[in-house]
Design a protein around this ligand. Structure first.
Ligand code: AHR
Length: 500
């Protein structure tokens, strides 16, 4: 059996976990909104048409912030179409995804829905077909108390109090040729800078996210970040990163190794932000918003055959399997290991569209990836300890020296808890792990939650929703302050240690 060691020192801290690292994303795409969070006439719909069964699952995940309304969708977004009396809202061709948008659910409904989820809105502005003018107006509509045309329009629409949306994205994936209004780094940097300036003049309390690269694979990567920050450094607070992974080659070892790429991506973006900081002799640090991340590939083929111009088609409905949950767990570990700089992250997306939560007319169910997200969101709150992992390594098709073990340790001082998140990527063998916890006298293992399945391709469906579900482990001990456990081959693990 392979053996790995996790090394921590309670004084060696990476950073505190910003709860917004457990954010998610709802785009006007497929059935995320219509038939997902909103379904008027459904037996589970509340007085606003919000599905209560969906609300309950979102609340279970404890998602502090939800990005909206896109995604690619935002680059053709007219927010004015989405507010006011529903009967006067126009239906439009939605060019990003080739669908019809009828605007029966809009900005104000989303703000209401987020309140019901105990989440904050992370709103994106359209820098594809529009610019600074629209950006300042939407902030005024949402956040200005009263006494101006747009703030009074909001009040006329039934929202006396401002929404006070604190977090705003300056467009979406503007480096991508697929984007409506795609721009060069200089064009985007200038547009983002001017939008940022006037948005903050309307409401100085807001925080802004500039678009970084749509992925590590983009040919403009790094130069894009440096140029955009050159233009926007003083006016923005975060730079975004997006990354999706797939296993089309059916090579699970390589698929699970993708967190090596994600880790390198984050480190390179941090380095680029700090390079611009040095160049500008600035005191300010730019933090990261990893505002789209997930596995995405299962639905790609089917989506190519979709008929255009439908309302809420079944689009991007990836059915996630067990190995996807392992990678999602590892991605969460990677984000947490960078908690000093990654302050916001959004699992993309939340309902039906590449999502942990699925709905049909007859019910809801949790996909496999629901569980690692749930566990991290529930338990990984507090302070990330700098976690050294000494693990045997492997080589895969695209990566070398991949640790079989991914792990991170989080200390929650308020609760006297220490949480270890760990993925054993070994497909053939269980693994013994040890961790010296003599600095944590009196701690005992309160629980060991694990997600494991013999079949890497096992899925949850409406008919079989509990095929892949977590269970409690019992194989652990602490002897003379040394914690030991056996992790099953290809498994996700959460150890909650506690002192009473
Ligand atoms: O999340 C799905 C899509 O992926 C988003 O609309 C876009 O930003 C990204 O390419």
């Amino acid at each position: 059996m392979k053996k790995s060691t996790i090394i921590i020192d309670k004084h060696n801290i990476t950073g505190s976990v910003d709860p917004r690292i457990f954010g998610s994303f709802i785009e006007h795409l497929g059935r995320a909104v219509y038939g997902g969070i909103f379904q008027q006439g459904h037996i589970q719909a509340d007085e606003q048409g919000f599905r209560k069964d969906v609300l309950a699952l979102v609340k279970e995940l404890q998602v502090p912030v939800i990005r909206y309304p896109g995604g690619n969708f935002v680059s053709g977004y007219n927010w004015e179409d989405t507010v006011g009396p529903k009967e006067t809202r126009p239906s439009r061709l939605e060019l990003a995804w080739g669908a019809i948008e009828n605007n029966q659910f809009g900005l104000n409904e989303f703000a209401d829905w987020c309140k019901k989820c105990d989440s904050q809105v992370m709103m994106a502005v359209n820098l594809g077909t529009r610019g600074a003018d629209e950006a300042r107006e939407i902030v005024e509509y949402c956040n200005h108390p009263n006494g101006t045309y747009l703030s009074d329009l909001r009040r006329k629409h039934g929202y006396e109090n401002p929404h006070n949306i604190k977090l705003w994205c300056l467009g979406n994936e503007m480096d991508g040729p697929w984007q409506i209004g795609h721009k060069t780094a200089d064009e985007y940097g200038r547009a983002a800078c001017e939008a940022a300036k006037v948005m903050k003049w309307v409401d100085p309390s807001i925080e802004l996210v500039a678009c970084g690269s749509s992925g590590l694979y983009m040919p403009t990567f790094a130069e894009w970040e440096a140029t955009v920050l050159d233009h926007t450094y003083d006016n923005v607070d975060y730079l975004s990163l997006h990354q999706y992974y797939g296993n089309a080659a059916n090579d699970t070892s390589d698929f699970l190794a993708n967190t090596m790429g994600m880790d390198a991506f984050i480190s390179s973006v941090v380095a680029t932000c700090d390079y611009v900081q040095a160049k500008k002799r600035s005191k300010k640090k730019i933090h990261l918003s990893f505002d789209e991340w997930n596995v995405w590939y299962h639905s790609l083929q089917a989506d190519r055959k979709l008929e255009k111009w439908q309302v809420a088609p079944h689009q991007l409905e990836d059915v996630y399997n067990f190995e996807d949950a392992l990678l999602v767990g590892s991605m969460l570990i990677t984000l947490l290991r960078h908690a000093d700089r990654v302050k916001i992250a959004c699992l993309a997306q939340l309902i039906n569209v590449i999502a942990p939560i699925m709905t049909s007319d007859t019910g809801t169910w949790r996909q496999t990836i629901f569980y690692p997200f749930l566990h991290a969101s529930k338990f990984a709150r507090g302070t990330v300890l700098h976690t050294i992992v000494e693990s045997p390594l492997y080589d895969s098709r695209n990566y070398t020296d991949v640790p079989y073990l991914d792990a991170v340790v989080i200390a929650n001082e308020e609760k006297n808890e220490l949480v270890i998140l760990a993925v054993n990527k070994d497909l053939d063998e269980d693994m013994e792990i040890t961790c010296d916890l003599r600095q944590y006298q009196g701690y005992y293992v309160k629980e060991h939650i694990m997600l494991e399945h013999d079949d890497l391709k096992a899925v949850n469906t409406e008919a079989n929703p509990n095929n892949v579900v977590p269970r409690q482990g019992t194989n652990f001990k602490i002897n003379d302050g040394i914690f030991t456990s056996i992790l099953q081959k290809h498994s996700w693990n959460v150890f909650v240690l506690k002192k009473d």
